[in-house]
Ligand binder design. Structure first.
Ligand SMILES: Nc1ncnc2c1ncn2[C@@H]1O[C@H](COP(=O)(O)OP(=O)(O)OP(=O)(O)O)[C@@H](O)[C@H]1O
Length: 610
């Protein structure tokens, strides 16, 4: 029977388990809840009616036909709550096309992929094994930061098996650490003596906001907390603010309330990209964080002071994660190298020119990666581990697909053909926009601010550097050009009125020809501005005028009658324009007031000077 055909508004009740209580596993110390007893009905329903009646699961709140409730409840409880997400909700929250999954089907029939709720930390999803190849997670970590020439993983893999390992889930996902031991870097907040580490190790998880640039390990840290909290009997629920709606948050909260009330189980709610929730959505969970129904862990790349409700922020500990250092990146890449079974080719080793061979042939050879290539990758991914791991994956896959082998002479005296990944291949594999700059995030504002300040400080070299950093990172040239228009007036002003013309021309030039040709137009304008004399006289005076208006109390003074236009007889009769002295008619300077009476004599320029 489909849920959609069931009568609505009927009071939910649960059937008792009758003769088979053994299948129901309740947590220790928790007696059979009262709701499991069937309430008395005025008239005993028939067996068929009993089976068709809808009842609500106390764990996941899903309504099911009476006949299905007890097996469902068993599964729900055994799966530990988080895994018991009703399939109907998965379909609703996830990206599944409408109608692709019939509501009310048993949950086993529904994969979790695509759902923002509970999907991230599912075990065993899509064959989510570590591709350890003998290396696995053990031994990975800080001590592996040094690249050992000619030293791959214990079991070196040849092309074919490696290609299979790289299929499917992205390498970064496959290698996401499960424990703090494998979490690299971020010593300042997670080092041995830090408060956060002590709290995590004692399983006292406070509400947290994890703030840091992309790929620095925010989600990974949440994943580690999820693993350890699940082991300690807590529920861990994930929502992504990019796809979840306010109702999804409400559902999670009401489940958390039930869990707390019925099973004394705590819920940790992880919200990825929390800054994408608007303030009123954030308000939804504020009281529940306050009263401890849920422990909130939010991840954001944006400054939480602007993006997270002040009230919510004050109830959370803000953990600032940094870009991963080059050393940390090397450790992460070495862990990947080991897990993939690649051999590292040291600086002293030599190789010849790649020869073209068939794919099937190259698939039989071991795969080497230059030590230099790993170092370069560690530098170029700019502290973003996802970019680094994806770059490695792409480069290796591309080499395997190209089907070329290279004759190698290693320092250890060996000579053999192999598939070789060089520094060049790594650079090709990296997307340019990832190299230096996060166009959509914090870095965008940091760099434009640095450019503005460098021009203001007349440092033409720094100005060019910040400009190049933005453009090479993929910044929109029109965004930079708009800022230059503003700068021309704000910082140069009347010291060189031509600056504004330059900026507008630069904007139009960029508009006409686009990147990369327009970069030199912007460079010219930026250098012009850095060298130009500066004046904030107008900017300040205008600020004073605005201030004067804002500070004014009471009704604003009327526009003096003599300054008003008088296009009609009535207006003339009312005195509009009366006494106005038309300046061109006078040879000598005209004595006339232009400010309202009460502001007579105000000098916005004099007040603070320039
Ligand atoms: N500190 C770390 N130690 C080991 N691996 C890491 C670390 N940080 C990131 N990684 C690797 O990089 C991948 C991406 O990291 P993660 O998803 O945690 O980044 P994030 O900070 O949440 O980024 P985003 O804001 O873009 O979601 C992980 O799957 C993991 O393989």
């Amino acid at each position: 029977m489909l849920l959609s055909r069931a009568p609505r508004g009927r009071k939910a009740w649960l059937l008792g388990r009758g003769a088979d209580p053994g299948g129901l596993q309740l947590p220790k110390g928790c007696g059979r809840p009262r709701f499991l007893r069937r309430p008395r009905e005025p008239m005993e329903p028939t067996e068929k009616a009993k089976e068709e009646r809808l009842v609500q699961c106390p764990v996941c709140l899903r309504e099911l036909p009476g006949a299905d409730i007890n097996p469902h409840l068993d599964r729900c409880l055994q799966a530990g709550g988080a895994e018991a997400e009703p399939p109907s909700k998965r379909a609703r929250l996830g990206a599944a096309p409408p109608g692709s999954q019939a509501e009310g089907q048993p949950e086993e029939a529904h994969p979790t992929a695509g759902s923002p709720v509970f999907s991230l930390f599912h075990k065993g999803r899509g064959g989510g094994q570590s591709p350890a190849g003998g290396g696995g997670r053990s031994g990975a970590g800080r001590d592996e930061a040094a690249v050992q020439p000619g030293h791959g993983c214990a079991a070196a893999l040849c092309g074919d098996s490696l290609a299979r390992k790289l299929e499917g889930r992205p390498l970064a996902e496959q290698l996401r650490p499960d424990t703090l031991g494998d979490y690299v870097g971020q010593e300042r907040v997670l080092g041995a003596q830090t408060l956060l580490r002590a709290l995590l190790e004692s399983h006292e998880i406070p509400s947290l906001i994890l703030w840091g640039p992309p790929g620095c390990g925010k989600t990974t840290l949440a994943h580690i907390i999820a693993n350890s909290s699940k082991k300690n009997g807590m529920r861990f629920v994930t929502l992504s603010a990019t796809s979840a709606k306010t109702n999804d948050v409400r559902d999670v909260i009401s489940q958390a309330q039930n869990e707390k009330r019925l099973f004394k189980r705590k819920t940790i709610l992880f919200i990825d990209e929390i800054h994408r929730f608007n303030k009123s959505q954030q308000d939804t969970f504020l009281p529940h964080v306050e009263c401890g129904t849920v422990t909130l862990i939010g991840a954001t790349t944006e400054n939480p002071s602007f993006q997270v409700n002040a009230a919510l922020l004050s109830r959370c500990r803000v953990i600032v994660l940094e870009k991963l250092s080059v050393e940390a990146m090397e450790a992460i890449l070495m862990r990947a190298v080991r897990s993939l079974g690649l051999q590292v080719l040291g600086q002293g080793d030599q190789h010849g020119t790649p020869a073209t061979g068939s794919s099937s042939k190259s698939s039989e050879f071991p795969v080497y990666i230059e030590e230099k290539a790993l170092n370069t990758l560690a530098y170029l991914c700019d502290g973003d581990a996802r970019t680094g791991l994806n770059g490695l994956q792409l480069a290796v896959q591309a080499r395997l697909a190209a089907g070329r082998t290279t004759p190698l002479n290693t320092a250890k005296g060996g000579a053999a053909d192999a598939v070789l990944v060089t520094e060049e291949h790594i650079k090709e594999g990296l997307q340019r926009s990832h190299i230096l700059y996060d166009r959509a995030g914090e870095e965008h504002y940091n760099c434009i601010s640095a450019l503005h300040k460098s021009m203001r400080g007349s440092d033409e070299n720094a100005s060019l550097y910040w400009l190049a950093r933005m453009l090479e990172g993929g910044e929109d040239p029109l965004y930079v050009a708009r800022r230059l228009v503003r700068f021309a007036s704000e910082d140069i002003g009347l010291a060189d009125p031509l600056a504004l013309t330059q900026a507008v021309a630069a904007y139009q030039g960029c508009h006409f020809i686009g990147m990369p040709e327009c970069e030199v137009i912007l460079a010219q304008c930026v250098v012009y501005f850095a060298r130009a004399p500066k004046s904030i006289e107008v900017y300040r005076a205008y600020g004073n005028a605005k201030e004067c208006l804002r500070m004014h109390t009471g009704p604003l003074p009327p526009v003096p009658l003599h300054l008003r236009n008088a296009p009609t007889r009535l207006m003339k009769n009312l005195g509009y324009g009366k006494g106005y002295k038309y300046n061109p008619m006078y040879k000598e300077p005209v004595e006339q007031d232009y400010l309202p009476e009460e502001l007579k004599g105000t000098d916005f320029f004099k007040e603070r000077g320039t």
